[in-house]
Design a protein around this ligand. Structure first.
Ligand code: FBP
Length: 557
């Protein structure tokens, strides 16, 4: 009577979805090499660091004639946080390889980059792949955050590739993982190790984009998932009339997710970290902006509303940034700190900070102060997803409103609820856009490998438009690099794309937020992602992609 593990009707129907691909990838594929590239910055230094993979040409695929394809074995790695569509990159890669030569094999390294180093792998066969088509998650092979950056790790990787006769590795990851993919590619070329390395742009955060990458996969689905929830909450708020909802949204550093969700849902307040940093706002300035909306709405009797808070906010507030940087150094070796009794930890930190940062630390509610001293991630950074910034803002807004009430400038009720939308969106069923985009990225990667290139990112362009207008190809990863100071050293990295406050998506928010902040409601409820139905509903692009494309094409006022 009860069946365990029975797939839902939606899973069954969705498994049959055939992702759409650019025309060039649908038949026989021919490679066209374009102009030689230069790095995004610091050309001389990058050229020296990547002598073999610097300056390679752009690649575009076009329809070609049938030809023989040699047999190849490929390894694939999922790196970092989950993003909807990862399984489709792998199924696209698998199908692309099998189409080129049915004898080709695909191996998945388990648990992220550590699978390559520790030789943990499994062969991905048709049975396995079919179970994961068009599903969310990274569970087909698992992911991890081990950094692939040291020669001994590269050598261990080469060892297992030799054993399995693997001649290409596809790394599906964010800016750091793709930076490391480029370093790995360069290492193998210089050591005459016959292994190609190809990257794929992943992250819900949307901060892996540049002149060559229009969007990272997963951003579309994650933002639509959060926007559905925000829209629902706003309807509830406008029905119940009694809560202000503070909603923290994922995005470790950049505020692209908060911005996109605001453009989809029209909240009363949306904070953009990059604006806070550019205008050197303090937390008090941020709280004033929130309190202003609360007060104006209360005057009309609207004691409810929504505030979107980007996860990385605190690191963009100048005072807090300085404090966090000193805390990161202080806790880099936390052996002594770990011995300190819990009740005395905050006092211990205060004693060890510089005067200015100690003052900022003292001004924080104790729960936030403690969260700032929690264990760092593998890169020595504070784990922003664990800091309850939304609660901090609630506390500070309460204090501000009490002050305004005391001088007769506010009379209202301020009951609050807080939410954090992050993990809920990272493994959602990929939207049609992400399902198509990811499958194409994977299929395209197979063609890059077949053409013998290395140190390239699989890239699909023109993505605002219908898939038959998409352009498939490859871009040398070295062309996306510049030098940045990390942990006291100048290193080559792919530049993280933060929200640019002079670009269309932010300017759109800036133009509309005065109206959204009230007193009247202007909420929008985009509803759930639709997987079946009319194209204008199911294949709708994000507002960010729309605005960026229109701006690039000079079609915005
Ligand atoms: P990636 O940059 O690896 O794609 O991960 C992004 C992210 O989802 C952030 O939005 C978030 O801050 C972080 O991962 C959470 O990390 P973890 O999964 O380790 O909790």
């Amino acid at each position: 009577m009860f069946e365990i593990n029975k797939p839902s009707p939606l899973s069954i129907a969705r498994a049959a979805y055939q992702p759409k691909m650019p025309l060039a990838l649908q038949g026989n594929v021919k490679i066209e090499k374009g102009a030689a590239t230069e790095s995004a910055g610091d050309q001389e230094q990058i050229k020296k660091l990547f002598p073999s993979t610097y300056g390679l040409p752009l690649i575009t695929f076009v329809a070609g004639a049938a030809q023989e394809h040699k047999e190849i074995n490929v390894g694939v790695i999922l790196s970092g946080g989950q993003a909807p569509g990862g399984h489709n990159v792998i199924s696209g890669l698998y199908d692309g390889l099998k189409k080129l030569n049915p004898s080709n094999k695909l191996y998945g390294f388990l648990g992220g980059p550590s699978g390559l180093i520790d030789h943990q792998y499994k062969e991905l066969t048709a049975d396995i792949i079919d179970k994961y088509r068009n599903t969310g998650g990274f569970d087909i092979i698992g992911s991890g955050r081990t950094k692939l950056e040291l020669p001994w790790q590269f050598d261990k990787g080469a060892e297992i590739c030799k054993k399995l006769n693997i001649s290409a590795i596809v790394i599906i990851g964010g800016d750091d993982s793709n930076t490391n993919a480029c370093i790995l590619a360069e290492y193998y070329v210089n050591k005459n190790i016959p292994i190609q390395v190809i990257g794929c742009p992943k992250t819900i955060d949307g901060d892996l984009k540049n002149a060559s990458i229009e969007t990272s996969f997963g951003f579309d689905t994650a933002c639509k998932t959060y926007s559905e929830l925000i829209g629902n909450i706003q309807r509830d708020a406008a029905s119940a009339l009694k809560y202000w909802h503070f909603i923290k949204l994922m995005g470790r550093s950049a505020s692209h997710i908060a911005l996109e969700c605001a453009l989809q849902t029209h909240p009363n307040v949306c904070i953009i970290s990059e604006e806070v940093a550019a205008k050197k706002w303090s937390l008090r300035d941020v709280v004033d902006m929130i309190a202003d909306s609360v007060v104006r709405r209360a005057e009309k009797g609207f004691n409810y509303g929504t505030v979107l808070v980007p996860e990385g906010l605190l690191e963009f507030v100048p005072d807090m940034k300085a404090l966090i940087a000193e805390l990161n150094d202080l806790l880099a070796d936390d052996t002594e700190f770990k011995q300190v009794r819990t009740s005395e930890k905050n006092a211990y930190i205060e004693r060890h900070l510089s005067d200015k940062n100690a003052e900022t630390f003292r001004s924080l509610p104790p729960f936030i102060a403690s969260q700032l001293t929690m264990e760092r991630d593998a890169h020595g950074n504070v784990q922003v997803s664990l800091i309850e910034t939304e609660q901090l803002l609630i506390e500070m807004t309460k204090t501000k409103l009490a002050q305004l009430e005391a001088v007769g400038r506010y009379k209202g009720k301020f009951k609050t609820l807080h939410h954090f939308f992050g993990y809920e969106g990272r493994c959602a069923f990929p939207s049609n856009f992400d399902a198509d985009y990811c499958y194409s990225l994977g299929f395209n990667a197979a063609n890059l490998i077949d053409n013998g290139v290395t140190g390239y990112m699989s890239v699909i362009k023109n993505t605002y438009y219908a898939t038959d207008k998409w352009i498939a190809g490859g871009v040398p990863i070295s062309s996306m690099m510049n030098m940045e100071r990390r942990n006291g050293k100048d290193v080559p990295v792919i530049k993280k794309a933060l929200v640019e406050i002079d670009k269309a998506p932010f300017r759109c928010l800036e133009q509309l937020r005065g109206v959204w902040s009230g007193p009247e409601d202007h909420y929008a409820a985009p509803g759930p992602i639709q997987l079946f139905g009319p194209e204008e509903v199911c294949d709708r692009r994000t507002r960010t992609l729309y605005l960026e494309t229109m701006e690039k094409e000079g079609k915005l006022d």
